[in-house]
Design a protein around this ligand. Structure first.
Ligand code: B12
Ligand code: SF4
Ligand code: SF4
Length: 348
């Protein structure tokens, strides 16, 4: 690699296939762990890390237009594989250039942190610190480009690189939208927070806790029932997980599919995802109560002084409306250009 500055590293990551790239300083990440009681910080992994290069890989929108969740589940795994490959190549090149570098686990969790529900780093928070987006009502990171339909990873390097600035504008429309809440089959969307246990019933149908519960029941079951259990859909689900990880996590696409942030939504999802079949009057009332609580300045854990940093401290300022206008203008231009081209072809 020629001179290694932030610009060069980011453009190389894009050449390798990353959709978005940003840089966070390890010092900032060490100073602002998402939950200080369980510090997910670079220094806990390596005392030498100076910068974290954050890579974002988008999930192609086509899978969110399908009749079942299966296409999203499968493509999620391909997206993760591609992302790991890009991260690995970048780490290898930085190290060849003389800077010790490695990649964090994008999906695995740390056994010693909150009963294994925490990653070694929270890659969403890495993304916010690297200026790539802000956390939404359902605490997914929303990128202006692809909304929440992304995965992220971190490349930890001993090379000092200029960090990007976090966005101060809230990307999420917020309580007046609440579409993620309306769509959630597990009622897991809190007020800039998530009920992880509830979400996991949908997001990890054949995940760790399902496997654990299955074996607990299996141990106590009489022999005949054991035989039936061994031939059940659960065991088939575990097999599918072993085969391609499908079913172990990333199973529920709903809060990703319905979020109206991102040009991919305007281009490919607005038609199929506009109506939300899971929406009920109770969910609408809950969204309204979130809106009223915020307007009245109530204490909201997800928006407290520590957490506001990752939500966009300036609040929502109409990013999605601006994006939609811009998108429509570009579409109009493209249609006009196509008509002119067709006209010219017709004349020759
Ligand atoms: C474990 C895990 C899950 C678990 C639990 C989630 C969790 N623990 O956060 C479950 C199964 C629920 C889950 C579900 C999903 N996940 Co997941 N998951 C992870 C994983 C592996 C670790 C998450 C983590 O470490 N969280 C730790 C902390 C920071 O999160 P937290 O507890 O919510 O943080 C809050 C608290 O710390 C609190 N807080 C902060 N300070 C303080 C201080 C005090 C005093 C207190 C009390 C609290 C507090 O505020 C924070 C913000 O709300 C990450 C990968 C990674 N390494 O980051 C992927 C990850 C977050 N998942 C991802 C995805 C895609 C999903 C799903 C969409 C999958 C699906 N399609 O089914 C759903 C989405 C659910 C949702 N709306 O959040 C992506 C995120 C993509 C995005 N756009 O945001 C990630 C980043 C994977 C990746 N490598 O890209 N996931
Ligand atoms: S992944 Fe599914 S269950 Fe989890 S918060 Fe999103 S919509 Fe709800
Ligand atoms: S669906 Fe609406 S409320 Fe939910 S994260 Fe997206 S913009 Fe925010």
């Amino acid at each position: 690699m020629p001179e290694l500055n932030a610009e060069r590293v980011k453009s190389r990551a894009k050449e390798l296939g990353a959709d978005l790239v940003g840089i966070a300083s390890a010092a900032t990440l060490n100073a602002f762990p998402p939950d200080p009681r369980w510090p997910q910080t670079p220094e806990r992994i390596s005392p030498y890390c100076k910068s974290v290069i954050v890579l974002v890989q988008r999930i192609p929108a086509g899978a969110f237009r399908c009749k079942t969740n299966v296409p999203v589940q499968y493509i999620d795994m391909l997206v993760l594989r591609k992302m790991d490959k890009v991260a690995y190549r970048l780490a290898e090149e930085l190290e060849d250039a003389g800077h010790p570098t490695f990649v964090t686990a994008a999906q695995e969790t740390d056994w010693s942190y909150k009963r294994a529900s925490y990653g070694r780093l929270s890659t969403r928070h890495l993304g916010v610190e690297a200026g790539l987006g802000t956390l939404g009502l359902e605490v997914n990171i929303l990128t202006p480009e692809f909304g929440p339909r992304v995965y992220l990873t971190g490349v930890l390097t001993e090379l000092e690189l200029e960090a990007d600035r976090p966005l101060t504008e809230q990307v999420c429309i917020g309580e007046s939208c609440s579409r993620c809440l309306h769509s959630c089959p597990a009622d897991a969307v809190l007020h800039f927070g998530i009920d992880k246990r509830a979400c996991a019933t949908e997001a990890q149908e054949f995940g760790f806790s399902t496997i654990l519960q299955f074996f607990e029941r299996f141990i106590d079951a009489p022999p005949r029932e054991k035989e039936q259990m061994a031939r059940s859909r659960d065991v088939y689900g575990f097999w599918q997980g072993l085969l391609r990880v499908v079913g172990s996590f990333g199973d529920c696409p709903r809060c990703l599919a319905v979020c109206p942030v991102g040009n991919d939504y305007h281009a490919h999802l607005a038609d199929t995802q506009k109506a939300i079949p899971e929406k009920t009057p109770e969910k609408v009332a809950l969204g309204k109560s979130y809106r009223d609580n915020r307007a009245q300045g109530a204490d909201i854990a997800g928006l407290n002084d520590w957490n506001r940093r990752w939500v966009g401290p300036e609040g929502y300022k109409g990013m999605v409306a601006r994006q939609l206008q811009e998108f429509k203008k570009t579409q109009q231009q493209r249609t006009e250009e196509a008509l002119v081209a067709a006209d010219e072809r017709g004349r020759t």
